[in-house]
Design a protein around this ligand. Sequence first.
Ligand SMILES: N[C@@H](Cc1ccccc1)C(=O)O
Length: 556
Amino acid sequence: MSGTPGKISSTTLTLDGGSLTPTQVATLARGAAGTARAEPAAGAVERMRASVALKDSLLAQDIPIYGVTTGFGDSCIRQISGDKAHDLQRHLVLYHLNGVGPAAPDEVARATMLIRANALSRGPSAVRPEVVRTLLDCLAADILPMIPERGSLGASGDLVPLCYLAAALIGEGEVRHRGEVRPALDALLDAGIRPLSLEPKEGIALINGTSFTAAFGVLAAWDARELAFVADVATAMALESLRGNISAMHPFVHENKPHPGQIESARTIRALLCGSGLATSFEDILTRREPLAGRGYLQLDDRIQDKYSVRCAPQIAGIVRDMLDWVDRWLETEINSSSDNPLFDTEESRLHLGGNFYAGHVGHAMDSLKVSVAGLADLMDRQLALVVDEKFNGGLPPNLIVPRSADDPQAGLHHGFKGMQIAASAVTAEALKQTGPASVFSRSTEAHNQDKVSMGTIAARDARTVGALVREVAAIHLLALAQAVELRGIEYCAPATRAVHALLREHSAFVTRDRRLDGDIAAVIGLIESGAVRRAAGLADSDFVTGRGLADVVAA
Ligand SMILES: N[C@@H](Cc1ccccc1)C(=O)O
């Protein structure tokens, strides 16, 4: 992950089509409404003007320009006269307004707008700078297209979803403006934004691209990074809860299998457990053990190594970290591309016809990412199963609720965290179910012009959904872990896990008797999503976005 967005809300991003980072997109998309400011770079404005001039000169020569003076897709065999070119763009937008499903959340709409504006700022799409400016003015005014989530093949671009963006810019249909649904035209006029009238090529340039898919992808990847960290926090707290063995996190182990993400997870867990009186080690176990003393067999009191969901946790969370390395690189390339067709080469004065609207890279990245992220839910659900179960939790009370004495009238009534673990298992199954690949489901469509498509939009939407489900599992798990470490004695916890426990306790009281916990879960989901859990564990936003790890910060 590259880029240093700092406080984007107080600055204006400059878009040149080549230097936007996923971090900038995620930060801007998730910032406060109306703070998303960006403008095209001077060089971008020049390039856009040059490609418009080339387009105009080719138009004047009656050369058939795909999507400008020809029909779309398979209908490219029909040329129309230049005087119909304006109307053609309008038809294009109208006949794709056929999306289905719920409207994409605001953060997705914002990310889509920023990514599309950046893509058009590269230059070869032959759109006027006004188009990019209008798009960015809407973003700054928080006028967001209502984009139905379903209907894109992720190839031929996100034609259907991006038409909703194009429609908003021309003042058609409805938008969400600071949370309120209203006619696009009213919102534009109120904000002092003149609706666009599309010039030839501008409609297809707006919609023939991967920006909606990439928006989901960037946000899913951002969530995955946060969740990898939260999984390490959970592992540290599970290890304390179970009085587990930190030796599995020793640098020697990980230097001998040096996947960087695995090393980073192990370092993070070690940093989180620094000063813990609950984590044990192989050396501790040796000092406690009774000598074999010539006997042929000895039942050991301690497990010398933990079950996989604790011992292999860095090898599991590390996969997400390592995967993000290449996923972020692919996303960064995608959002800094002309995902459009046709493209205008102003240096050679040539028109190029190609297939950059194919979202295959994002699709494959997301199909992989969602598998590894769902694996975190599986990991945490298994840890939780150990922590709540009196058969495995090393002396913690059954279901993490202190049993009443037999003569207490309430004895045997309380079930504590039993229901929480059931819910976590159900949500884990749902996350795992969502991991079926989308990119393998290519369908030949549109008169077999689009006879191989990416389905990247579905993959990216799945990946974001999986992230949300994993967050739910993590929230349930963290609540149980807060209970477990408190039962062990919070004073024995490491400072970092104690700080996480303190944050959780601000939102959820220790469970002394059966009570509903759904509100507590919702609160902790918010804490994970906003980065509050990570910050409590000691990793600030400024370090996180620049890729520094907890161990680097602690060592500094
Ligand atoms: N992506 C298609 C464009 C297209 C637009 C609208 C409908 C169909 C196809 C292409 O460039 O070939």
